[in-house]
Design a protein around this ligand. Structure first.
Ligand code: ZN
Ligand code: ZN
Length: 248
């Protein structure tokens, strides 16, 4: 449903918009458009680099990692250690669709502007969201990875002066079996075991030679992204950037 301005104004009077992080009432136009208050926004430090997914070390270029077993380079907008960030991620996962995405385009844009230049051919790049199992997606009504990928695809188009958002491979990577929540697994080994064999590829030929942005909301142990990246590499993906909103 799309509300006209009058309807929106009535709603704002009945339910004044609050900060998604601290629940304080929002005052300025800027605050109301991003659904985050000035004080919370000020606490969110946006990163400016790439990271090695194996050790978390900062990388000064997006070409290779310090640990050669890593199949991808990690790009993370901000840190999960920051309290308002954790709140925003919770809202994104469980709080329903709108307006939980609203704070992110500004943060993602700032991050992409701060990153050192990296080689990327937008025509040869595809964004692949980490899939969730179809029953879970049906229950939740959406896959947050897919929504984040749409936001990034649009921002990257702006950065590379493309008229259309970059292409999104929504169905290249699919979740073929349900898994327990990764947060319920006690360590990296358990997480790796839990996720092993749970992804499949549809139409793998479409990934051959492509650069891939593998998109998720949070990077914790890396087990999920490692498993997904391994499959994409097998399908012939060239370079993979694991792009997440936050890392631990
Ligand atoms: Zn706040
Ligand atoms: Zn490393």
């Amino acid at each position: 449903m799309k509300l006209d301005q009058f309807g929106q104004n009535v709603l704002n009077i009945l339910f004044p918009p609050v900060c998604l992080a601290c629940k304080k009432r929002l005052e300025t136009t800027e605050e109301k458009s991003t659904f985050i208050c000035r004080l919370c926004r000020r606490q969110i430090r946006v990163n400016n680099g790439f990271y090695c997914p194996a050790c978390g070390g900062r990388l000064y270029q997006a070409e290779k990692t310090c640990h050669s077993r890593a199949e991808f380079i990690l790009a993370a907008v901000t840190s999960y250690e920051i309290k308002p960030v954790r709140e925003l991620i919770q809202t994104l996962k469980y709080g329903g669709l709108t307006p939980s995405l609203k704070p992110w385009p500004g943060l993602i844009k700032e991050y992409l502007e701060k990153l050192p230049t990296f080689n990327m051919d937008p025509k040869n790049t595809v964004l692949v969201p980490i899939p969730i199992y179809k029953n879970k997606e049906r229950q939740r009504g959406f896959n947050q990875g897919r929504l984040i990928a749409e936001v990034i695809a649009t921002i990257l188009a702006g950065k590379f002066e493309r008229p259309q958002p970059l292409s999104i491979g929504n169905d290249c990577l699919v979740k073929i079996k349900p898994t327990a929540s990764q947060t319920d697994c006690k360590d990296y080994k358990a997480r790796t075991k839990n996720i092993a064999g749970s992804f499949g590829l549809k139409n793998p030929g479409s990934l051959k030679g492509k650069d891939v942005f593998l998109v998720d909301d949070v990077f914790t142990s890396g087990a999920t992204m490692n498993e997904a990246a391994r499959l994409l590499k097998e399908a012939g993906a060239h370079k993979i950037i694991g792009f997440v909103l936050t890392k631990a």
